[in-house]
Design a protein around this ligand. Sequence first.
Ligand SMILES: NC(=O)c1ccc[n+]([C@@H]2O[C@H](COP(=O)([O-])OP(=O)(O)OC[C@H]3O[C@@H](n4cnc5c(N)ncnc54)[C@H](O)[C@@H]3O)[C@@H](O)[C@H]2O)c1
Length: 250
Amino acid sequence: MGRLDDKTLIVTGAASGIGRSCAERFLEEGANVVLGDLNEASGNTLAASLGARAAFEALNVTREADWERAVATALARFGHLDGVANVAGIALEGDDIEHCTERTWDRVIGVNLDGVFLGTKHGVAAMKEDRGGSIVNISSVDCLVSDPNGAAIAYTASKGGVRLLSKSAALHCARHGYGIRVNTIHPGYIDTPMMDLFDADAIDDVIRRHPLGRLGKPREIADAALYLQSDESRFVTGSEFVIDGGFTAL
Ligand SMILES: NC(=O)c1ccc[n+]([C@@H]2O[C@H](COP(=O)([O-])OP(=O)(O)OC[C@H]3O[C@@H](n4cnc5c(N)ncnc54)[C@H](O)[C@@H]3O)[C@@H](O)[C@H]2O)c1
């Protein structure tokens, strides 16, 4: 028996890092998974290697039409939708209050916040008349504590937006009795390609700020997402899960 048997989930950012790990973990526990990502080459290869319960969908999370297609694919291929993991996100260089350009701001907010808004909206629309479900939105520790080295302004704003957007959606769904739960995960720094923005010195500095003395692993975030997608978390909504090796306790 898998913890996600008979559930169909959409995972964004599924071609890399935390999204990929979520897709793999959900499949291990019996779910059908629609892997959505901009990166069609990696996404298609990955989905093909994961078997018949995995399907890739080219999905730019900032485009509403792409979301309509992704939901339609989940319903056509697997018959129902039970959850969305909004994982896709970007971090860009030059993202501080003095240097962040309007273009950088728009790109980061577009993917990290608009993308989660659209994923949450279309997840609710598809699940509210059916069996309900669970929406997991990836935020960050960066919106819970400030960074003494200068927090990324658009990134932090986007993740703060995700945190409160998710609580607002959770309360709306609870009030209307939709059986849909919405929660956030706030990872510390995780060893994924996103960390390529940091040089070796910066990574050492970041590691020192995690009391457990290392970067997190994508699977450690996927395990929390698995709990939130499973029925074990049936009484959990509007909550924030901090998975950060002690980063925010310092
Ligand atoms: N790595 C970390 O330290 C860390 C810490 C806290 C939060 N996060 C968050 O976790 C999430 C996943 O990050 P990661 O570290 O796995 O990064 P990653 O760069 O390994 O993966 C991000 C994925 O998102 C996809 N993507 C980017 N823009 C997209 C778009 N418009 N539509 C669809 N897909 C798009 C990319 O193609 C890529 O496959 C992000 O939201 C990130 O902000 C990461």
